[in-house]
Design a protein around this ligand. Structure first.
Ligand code: AMP
Ligand code: MN
Ligand code: MN
Length: 330
């Protein structure tokens, strides 16, 4: 689905306005962070000042993209005015308002122009200007197109941002969204001087000890459903606390249990405060788990989706989602 692809409007909006806020979804990933830094960089080259404000902190393993800690701000009350004054919001890699976290209300009620740049299947086109390309491997691919359309030279900094966006969202070029264009763009970025080995090391060879301590506990919860077609793990609040892990330490756990032989769908249940449960779903190939996620109010892509379940205990959420998934295999 290519919904309301308003490139032209976007060029005009950038030209006419001056107060730009850029943001991405809660618990941001490499695509969110890389793409928003990409937009920031493009606007800067066009002589426009902008501010990146996210709900959640930047994970440690993406901090090398903002080494002086000066580009990405985490939302605090002092930024409220800035958000209220904005002319334009760039909302990157987000399929709905809720995933904006604490700034969602301000954005929702704002009369500023909302520019949504995304590649999620479940994105309904909730912005005023929507550049949504489901065939894009990452939002970073769309930002690359934007740079080219606007005649922005891709220098080393921009190349680094966009490479991180694409290489992380494709699972280092192995998920089903990996395509010719992703490889082509990353080839171009290598030509601009980025170092794939170094970037890989920065992102994926920088695990915290807390992560590994948590992972040992989490693996002991591994469960098989639907005769081994579904694998699942869970993380309780207590496990998070006793291992002193951060939310970002969980990233990638689900990929291990997706790789078990004959598993079609993998699920991770994360117990959150206030009776919420975050469910992550991965499908190896043929099953469209975005459809399953949407049944529970979540969304994402065909092979990677998420749900935030409200008013469920961990056990209830597990029972409900796993029994729904079992039905796919009868
Ligand atoms: P995650 O399991 O959090 O890594 O997310 C997998 C995919 O599903 C990502 O593309 C997310 O953007 C999307 N996603 C995760 N949680 C939600 C949610 N609560 N609502 C809609 N989409 C989600
Ligand atoms: Mn994302
Ligand atoms: Mn993405």
């Amino acid at each position: 689905m290519l919904s309301n692809n308003n490139w032209k409007n976007l060029e005009e909006i950038i030209e006419k306005n001056n107060k730009f806020i850029i943001t991405t979804h809660i618990n941001p990933d490499g695509d969110g962070i890389g793409s928003e830094l990409g937009i920031f960089h493009i606007l800067k080259k066009l002589g426009k000042k902008s501010l990146i404000i996210n709900d959640s902190p930047t994970p440690e393993f993406y901090k090398f993209l903002d080494p002086k800690n000066e580009l990405i701000k985490q939302y605090e009350k002092k930024y409220r005015e800035k958000l209220l004054e904005a002319d334009v919001f760039f909302l990157i890699d987000i399929s709905n308002f809720e995933r904006l976290g604490r700034i969602s209300k301000i954005v929702k009620n704002s009369s500023a122009v909302k520019v949504v740049i995304d590649h999620h299947h479940s994105n309904s086109g909730w912005g005023d200007v929507n550049i949504i390309d489901e065939s894009a491997s990452a939002s970073g691919e769309i930002v690359y197109d934007l740079a080219n359309r606007l005649g922005i030279k891709i220098d080393n900094a921009l190349a680094n941002y966009l490479y991180v966006a694409i290489f992380t969202d494709t699972g280092s070029f192995r998920f089903s969204n990996t395509n010719k264009k992703a490889h082509f763009i990353c080839g171009e970025l290598i030509e601009k001087g980025i170092n794939p080995r170094e970037i890989y090391g920065n992102v994926y060879e920088s695990y915290s000890w807390e992560r590994m301590i948590l992972f040992a506990k989490v693996l002991s919860t591994l469960k098989k459903t639907a005769e081994g077609k579904v694998s699942s793990i869970h993380i309780t609040k207590e496990m998070m606390k006793s291992s002193n892990a951060k939310r970002e330490d969980i990233e990638g756990f689900i990929e291990y249990i997706t790789a078990i032989k004959d598993v079609e769908i993998a699920v991770l249940f994360l117990e959150l405060p206030k009776n919420k449960v975050k469910v992550s779903l991965r499908s190896r190939s043929k099953y469209d788990i975005n459809q399953v996620a949407e049944m529970f109010g979540g969304g994402g892509h065909k092979n990677a989706s998420g749900i935030t379940m409200q008013n469920y205990t961990l056990q209830e959420a597990e029972k409900l989602v796993l029994s729904r998934l079992e039905k796919l295999f009868v």
